[in-house]
Ligand binder design. Structure first.
Ligand code: PGA
Length: 257
């Protein structure tokens, strides 16, 4: 049985003061929700303050990126040793990093290996853009992204990480995928790739989220799908009432499965 996981990707939003206010607003309600793992991913500058507020609490903390090296002359970068003290998770390979900051399948793989070696659990993002989707390349592209991201990882490592399927055309557009459409990519393409790289048991144990315009109104459509184990939420995770409602609804939908 895979524990559902709802993660909030705050992107480049929230000062430290705003971040702590948001956590205070939703902490209590999130703590009340059982059966779903909850992860908040604020910007680097707010990690320490949010970590303090979450202690002790079952809510987990994640970073939005990291370098693969432990230390060195890499101005502006943040290392796994620095995150280790604060976080349990780290988002790796978000499409915005691939699109604007030169992230490649190779650096995604390096970061995944380094995160796992340092006890951080990657939330690895994959997904096609609109042109690729319309050209019927989704399956091929996502298979290649998953294969590259997981290169040299053991089956045991793969079952601890999270894969997020985020079609780029659905991110921040208000045009979410359909539940059935996302389930097909997640079940056949992503879980299928994990099964062919490892084995069926590994594929069945690995958690895979959907991301892209998830809201309180559509979360049930995704969570009632058999292969979707949670959501990576952007815009709606910045509003306490929406993120709480999404998480509550996710827990409820899981009971309906
Ligand atoms: P969105 O972002 O929910 O605002 O579409 C999702 C993401 O990019 O992780």
């Amino acid at each position: 049985m895979r524990t559902p996981i709802i993660a909030g990707n705050w992107k480049m939003f929230k000062t430290v003061a705003e971040a702590t206010a948001l956590v205070r607003e939703m902490r209590h309600d999130l703590n009340e929700i059982e059966g779903v793992e909850k992860v908040l991913c604020p910007p680097f500058t707010a990690l320490a303050a949010v970590a303090e507020l979450l202690r002790p609490s079952p809510i987990k903390l994640g970073a939005q990126d990291m370098h693969w090296e432990e230390k060195g002359a890499f101005t502006g970068e943040v290392s796994p040793l620095m995150l280790q003290e604060l976080c349990q998770y780290v988002i790796i390979g978000h499409s915005e990093r691939r699109q604007y900051f030169g992230e490649t399948d190779e650096t995604v793989n390096r970061k995944c290996k380094s995160a796992l070696a340092h006890g951080l659990l990657p939330i690895v993002c994959v997904g096609e853009n609109l042109a690729q989707n319309e050209a019927g390349q989704t399956d091929k592209l996502v298979r290649a992204q998953v294969t590259a991201a997981l290169r040299d990882l053991t089956a045991a490592q793969v079952t601890t990480l999270v894969i997020a399927y985020e079609p780029i055309w659905a991110i921040g557009t208000g045009k979410a995928a359909t539940g059935a459409g996302a389930n097909a990519v997640i079940g056949l393409t992503i879980r299928g790739t994990v099964a062919s790289l490892y084995d069926e048991a590994t594929a069945q144990a690995t958690r895979i989220q959907y991301g892209g315009s998830v809201s309180p109104d559509n979360i049930a459509e995704f969570m009632t799908q058999p292969d979707i184990d949670g959501a990576l939420v952007g815009g709606a995770s910045l509003v306490a009432a929406k993120f709480v409602a999404i998480t509550q609804q996710a827990a409820k939908s899981k009971g309906l499965r």
